[in-house]
Design a protein around this ligand. Structure first.
Ligand SMILES: O=c1[nH]c(=O)c2[nH]c(=O)[nH]c2[nH]1
Length: 286
């Protein structure tokens, strides 16, 4: 019996970068959280402590800041591709790079004033491996609610089922979505905005028999409208809203006052794919 080193990677996580551009009196602001994970021939440091192939994570952090100055940051995807390719091409022992970026939005209040936009976080994940390059864009924390046009009925009942069937309920969720691109070049910002709008429009315009049906509708709308995308994964928590029982106070409650549930919540997850989608890198499935 032998004990061997399994798969491994290393890097700097959560490098916080704010870049201000000052082309004139009207400034620009980019606010990123960048995480780097490199893989390759890294056995020596694990097995013998030989660090000859271990580019310090401190250097990775410095590279993020230096690249922001040298190359600028046009989009999270473009910046991630730049970083991933840099590490894979300049470090012989490094064969794989995963760059994960969260991008926080800021709304303009004036030429040099901004308010943090809290409605969602844009994400980008770049995978450069010996098999090729995979760009995955997405968003998290986008909270959506329909105050009607949602029902849930026709489900099986067993002796533990207490849920009443309903043809009228609130449907609310916090969208966690990621979608993979067919290729490694695109107008990243335009693609992101288009995919986000498709997600939101599908949520708004779908009469929902279940959150599962809404998920498929959201994914379909994204792939229908964005030919550059191959596949989308969605994780949608069902943020339950319970009609408050006001009968002890002799009050009717005709769908007006709700208890916003916290935990537990249903969690509806699914992938929507084109049947001609190119295969995904294994990282997509993690
Ligand atoms: O849209 C829903 N899907 C479910 O699977 C489910 N399960 C449940 O209790 N409520 C709901 N709502």
């Amino acid at each position: 019996m032998a004990i061997v080193l399994g798969s491994n990677r290393y890097g700097k996580a959560e490098v916080r970068l704010v870049r201000v551009t000052r082309p004139g009196d009207t400034h620009g602001l980019v606010d990123l959280n960048v995480s780097i994970a490199l893989s390759g021939d890294l056995a020596a440091t694990h097995l013998t402590g030989d660090n000859a192939g271990v580019l310090p994570t401190d250097t990775m952090k410095n590279t993020v800041y230096a690249f922001a100055r040298e190359h600028g940051v046009t989009s999270p995807e473009a910046f991630g591709l730049l970083l991933a390719r840099h590490f894979v091409t300049t470090q012989e022992q490094v064969t794989g790079a995963r760059i994960s970026i969260e991008s926080y939005g800021w709304e303009r209040l004036g030429p040099h004033s901004f308010r943090r936009a809290g409605d969602y976080v844009r994400t980008a994940r770049i995978f450069v491996t010996p098999d090729g390059t995979q760009v995955v864009s997405g968003l998290e924390n986008l909270v959506l609610l329909n105050s009607t046009a949602s029902e849930f009925r026709g489900f099986p009942r067993d002796k533990y089922t207490t849920l009443a069937e309903t043809t009228e309920r609130i449907l609310a969720t916090e969208v966690d979505a990621r979608w993979r691109h067919r290729g490694d070049s695109a107008d990243w910002d335009e693609s992101f905005e288009g995919a986000k709008d498709a997600l939101v429009n599908a949520f708004v315009n779908t009469y929902s028999a279940s959150l599962q049906q809404t998920l498929f509708s959201m994914g379909t709308r994204v792939l229908d409208s964005r030919t550059e995308l191959a596949e989308i994964r969605l994780a949608l928590p069902n943020k339950h809203h319970y009609l408050a029982d006001l009968s002890p106070f002799d009050l009717e409650n005709p769908g007006e006052v709700y208890i916003a549930g916290d935990r537990p919540y249903g969690l509806i997850e699914g992938t929507v794919t084109r049947d001609d989608a190119p295969p995904a890198s294994s990282e997509w499935y993690l």
